[in-house]
Design a protein around this ligand. Structure first.
Ligand SMILES: Cc1ncc(COP(=O)(O)O)c(C=O)c1O
Length: 410
């Protein structure tokens, strides 16, 4: 009897089935690697959907968390604490903007962005009360709240959860003409992912972000960039918008901001935008708590070195070079930027889920990097796999992941 099966069974029995996890039960992790309850090792090529950009248990992040645990962990926003101001300042400086509002999950940060944009629209732009509209992209993923799923185009995210929040207009991702047509005097914001993650790592056509920026500027509309998954080093730049030198009016951040230790999200914007909020209008008990801010500060200081952005660029180039060689050999398409790839498995060969299950199996050879390890990845939309390893992954480990993929597809 192994340790895994009863634990899988227990979780299935006692948990709502809102996920379909791979049958692996993780007990320990370090860097790009995890170990399961039966001692099997896996290269983590999902990295908590980019929440683990710095790898599991990065020493500087653990140290920041440990030191803070010894001092104070929660105050609520009723009081200030000594990590709050520094975190907001350091993150605002990283975003080259004025103000930061910390929250916890990504969805909360998106909700914050929507509320701020609406209030800005009424108080600054002069949109008539209750008329604000926000333009979003088809196939978006911005989280799971009722308001956010109201403008999802994915039936499984949306169906049976109505009535929905009005005020959103959906246009094709990458389609600037449709966006132009959807913008009118009631439009307060455009909300987009600079690269669509959950949709399958969809990179928009070159010039799209620049075009969105121009449309927003010309029409007095806020550009809200959801960089929750694409930001903080993943694509080889601090933000995916940097790739086109575009500065949005608001960054929406999450995932890696918590260093894989605690949930930390935030929005960052200029004071004429984020400054519209007054006491009592928005908040969160845990948002900006001392532990979150201490870890967030350590994350910002890792990003300030530029090392992780460089690693994402270099290792990403290697990953994409190898993956490109598999197109026509089991893959039908590869997309992405930096250490982020969406790969389409030839559906005639197997589903994405089957590919993930086979990747988990231990590698047959005894190479030093692999020594009978598996690879963890996650499927989406039938035949697509997302690969987003921690940015600490080495060239040998990238080679190993792609070799395993090639042998699974063979
Ligand atoms: C682009 C984007 N926005 C928002 C979210 C929601 O974040 P959370 O799951 O922390 O609420 C996600 C999560 O995958 C995401 O990828």
């Amino acid at each position: 009897m192994n340790n895994t099966d009863p634990m899988v069974h227990e979780a299935e029995h006692w948990t709502a089935h809102n996920y379909h996890p791979l049958p692996v039960v993780i007990a320990e992790a370090e860097g790009a690697w995890v170990t399961d309850v039966d001692g099997r090792r896996y290269l983590d090529c999902l990295a908590g959907y980019s929440a683990l950009n710095f790898g599991h248990r990065h020493p500087a992040l653990l140290e920041a968390a440990r030191a803070q645990l010894e001092r104070v962990t929660l105050t609520s926003r009723a009081f200030l604490h000594d990590q709050f101001g520094p975190f907001c300042r350091e993150l605002a400086q990283l975003c080259r903007t004025d103000l930061v509002l910390p929250m916890n999950t990504g969805a909360e940060a998106v909700e914050t962005a929507i509320k701020v944009a609406r209030k800005w629209g009424y108080r600054v732009k002069g949109v008539p009360a209750e008329q604000a509209s926000i333009v979003v992209a088809a196939d978006n993923f911005h989280g799971r709240t009722v308001t956010i799923v109201s403008f999802s185009t994915d039936p499984s995210a949306k169906e049976d959860f109505g009535p929905y929040t009005p005020g959103f207009r959906i246009v094709g991702y990458g389609d600037l003409d449709a966006m132009r047509a959807a913008i009118d005097d009631t439009t307060v914001a455009v909300l987009i992912e600079p690269i669509q993650g959950e949709a399958g790592v969809i990179v928009p056509p070159a010039g799209y972000l620049t075009g969105v920026r121009a449309l927003c500027t010309d029409n007095d509309v806020l550009m809200l960039a959801d960089e929750i998954q694409s930001g903080l080093g993943r694509t080889g730049d601090t933000f995916a918008c940097d790739h086109e030198n575009v500065v949005p009016d608001m960054y929406i951040l999450g995932k890696a901001l918590g260093g894989g230790i605690v949930p930390v999200s935030a929005v960052a914007a200029r004071s004429e935008i984020l400054g519209v909020l007054r006491p009592g209008e928005h908040g969160s008990t845990f948002g900006g708590n001392p532990l979150a801010c201490a870890v967030g500060r350590a994350v910002v200081s890792l990003l300030q070195t530029g090392e992780f952005q460089h690693r994402a660029k270099d290792m990403g180039a290697l990953l994409h070079k190898h993956l490109g060689e598999l197109v026509g050999h089991g893959l039908t398409d590869v997309r992405g930027r930096g250490l982020w790839a969406g790969i389409d498995i030839d559906p005639a060969r197997m589903t994405g889920r089957e590919a993930c299950e086979r990747l988990m199996a231990p590698a047959p050879d005894g190479r030093s990097v692999s020594s009978r390890a598996g690879v963890l990845a996650k499927d989406t939309h039938g035949s697509t796999l997302r690969l987003a390893p921690p940015l600490v992954i080495t060239a040998d480990e990238v080679d190993f992941a792609v070799e395993r993929l090639a042998s699974v597809l063979a």
